[in-house]
Ligand binder design. Structure first.
Ligand code: IMP
Ligand code: MG
Length: 172
């Protein structure tokens, strides 16, 4: 059985989300904000942030797949669901569970820019730095980690553990 080492409790996550939601509410108070959630890993994170915002927001989702199964990305990125809203001239904030190499976000930023939005920024739950090979500007981060494989609060390992309340490091 893999071992789960606690990283952030639900309470830790709630506190960080409230700080980030406050910053986002200030930064976008005069804008037309659209959250772009990256399925599936961001679904819990996104639903918690939007409920702490004090400004209007529209919500859309993209589906992206890069992992086969296991803990390393195949590097082969596929769009599995397109956006549905018209985002031309809108202020987009990508909501992603974790940035690792940066390939997924780099692909997604290019995809979203093809719709001529006004701005595209990035908000991640976890920023994992060790394997980064694309230079990506991450505007909002809940928690920084160096290395490891993380599950819970939306993050999965072979589609398991998404439902855990906190975030854990998986020791295989
Ligand atoms: P990147 O393209 O290498 O930046 O990888 C980002 C994607 O890989 C994220 O959207 C996650 O789905 C997945 N991923 C990377 N690291 C982890 C992890 O520690 N736990 C769960 N998923 C991860
Ligand atoms: Mg993902």
């Amino acid at each position: 059985m893999p071992e789960l080492i606690p990283v952030l409790s639900k309470d830790d996550i709630d506190k960080r989300i409230s700080v980030i939601a406050h910053r986002i509410s200030n930064d976008y108070k005069n804008d037309e904000l659209v959250f772009i959630g990256v399925l599936k890993g961001s679904f819990i994170f996104l639903s918690d942030i939007v409920r702490c915002l004090t400004i209007p927001v529209r919500i859309d989702f993209v589906g992206i797949s890069s992992y086969g199964s296991g803990i390393y990305s195949s590097g082969n990125i596929r769009l599995t669901k397109k956006i549905e809203l018209n985002v031309r001239d809108k202020d987009l904030l990508i909501i992603e569970d974790i940035i690792d190499t940066g390939s997924t976000l780099s692909y997604l930023i290019d995809y979203l820019n093809s719709f001529d939005p006004k701005t595209v920024k990035v908000c991640v739950l976890l920023d994992k730095s060790e394997r980064r090979d694309k230079k990506i500007n991450v505007d909002y981060v809940c928690h920084k980690v160096k290395k490891g494989f993380f599950v819970g609060y939306g993050l999965d390992y072979n589609e398991n553990y998404r439902n855990l309340q906190g975030i854990y490091c998986l020791k295989l």
